[in-house]
Design a protein around this ligand. Sequence first.
Ligand code: 1GP
Length: 242
Amino acid sequence: MIKDNFPGSKSIALLLDPDKTSEKDLKRILKIASGSGTDYILVGGSLTFNSIDDLIESVRSQCSIPIILFPGNLLQLSLKADAILLLSLISGRNPELLIGNHVIAAPFLRSVREKLISVGYILVGCGKKTSVEYISQTEAIPADKTDLVVATAMAGEMLGLKMIYLEAGSGALNSVPPEIISAVRENVAVPIAVGGGIKTRKEIALAFSAGANLIILGNGCEKNPRLLEEACSERDSARQSI
Ligand code: 1GP
């Protein structure tokens, strides 16, 4: 069962958005993902026109990397993934994203309970307003309010959430600052995922050394698929230095 070891000490996930992934690009990036030892494929997006199920099936037919659903909304729920992130948007105050949607989803998810990974999803404002902020109708925590991010992560852990996801938002101008990652690391024991706006090898190295367990890459790999190889190389170095 994937969730038993998820996300591991240092791991890399490639985020695929069904709307941004042509068959040709998918084939290319999955070949790089398999060759570099990418740990997970995440599927999802804030708003999607194309089918999540079709994307999952296509990924599964081309590689053996575990597929994890990262649902942007209830319409993206799928039972086909190997694991499902059950996200609570704890940086926001939209009750639907804290409990309302979970109530609606619970009967649907009942049969795959063992696949669920509860996640405290924290938006950190790292530049321009992102799609996830607009769609969720919530405000990100400003990047200079480290204390607020830390207290939010602590609250999520105290509530029993199994991972904290520090999210700058897809396509963010800047990624989550390492200072925030290390401050959260010092105050919570659960794994930390970091994503949004990561474009360079240096950002990946800094995020790992600040305490990130899982780094999630989307747009950066669409523009430069080799970033995935660099990320896996940084992951290997980070694992060795533990
Ligand atoms: C989005 O954090 C992920 O939830 C990935 O963001 O597309 O900017 O890499 P990017």
